[in-house]
Design a protein around this ligand. Structure first.
Ligand SMILES: Cc1cc2nc3c(=O)[nH]c(=O)nc-3n(C[C@H](O)[C@H](O)[C@H](O)COP(=O)(O)O)c2cc1C
Length: 175
């Protein structure tokens, strides 16, 4: 199973990349590709730029990663209650390429933040929206209080949260 995973953040120390990478690593025998959104930095989307120069090659490259994956794991950084600009820009450019943005792929959508809500607001946006953009949301999970709930070596360390995470991961794998 080819798994594509990334944190929807451009932070070099992204806690969401850590969570997405951890989740992918829990899937036995998976062929895992982890993306860094910094490798897909493009001009801010504008209709004028698109008319003038077309869609950047990096948007096509990102879309090809989506096409090649069997399943996709994203963990969203929450910025002012919404997507990070870095993710939104990649998604906006990609959505201008013909066809469904998310290519009918199955998703495990997550979020985490240092705070008590764990990015639940942005996760709600994504779970409510991906189905309208050609994605199938199979499972979702929000991890609150990242620095207390997650250990870089052990992963999710809070027992209750780990139980929920495992249940959601199973739904994703068996979907
Ligand atoms: C511009 C900005 C806005 C933020 N807004 C929120 C927010 O609305 N909710 C939240 O829980 N955390 C918010 N945070 C804190 C992020 O959750 C925190 O920076 C987290 O590390 C982001 O994930 P990342 O490390 O994967 O980039 C914000 C951070 C920044 C820089």
């Amino acid at each position: 199973m080819k798994i594509l995973a990334f944190g929807a953040s451009n932070s070099s120390t992204s806690i969401n990349r850590q969570l997405a990478t951890f989740a992918a690593g829990q899937i036995a025998g998976a062929d895992i590709t982890i993306l860094d959104l910094n490798d897909f930095e493009m001009p801010i989307y504008s209709i004028d730029r698109e008319k003038l120069n077309g869609i950047p090659q990096l948007a096509h490259d990102f879309k090809n990663h989506v096409k090649e994956a069997d399943r996709i794991i994203i963990s969203f950084a929450e910025h002012n209650g919404g997507y990070s600009v870095a993710f939104k820009n990649v998604m906006d450019w990609m959505s201008r390429i013909e066809g469904d943005t998310w290519e009918g792929k199955s998703f495990f959508l997550m979020s985490t933040s240092p705070g008590a809500r764990g990015g639940a607001t942005v996760l709600g946006q994504a779970t409510g929206r991906f189905g309208y953009m050609g994605g199938q949301v199979m499972a979702s999970f929000s991890l609150p209080n990242f620095f207390e709930s997650f250990d870089p070596k052990k992963g999710v360390i809070d027992a209750n949260l780990k139980e929920t995470f495992d249940k959601e991961l199973s739904k994703f794998i068996s979907a």
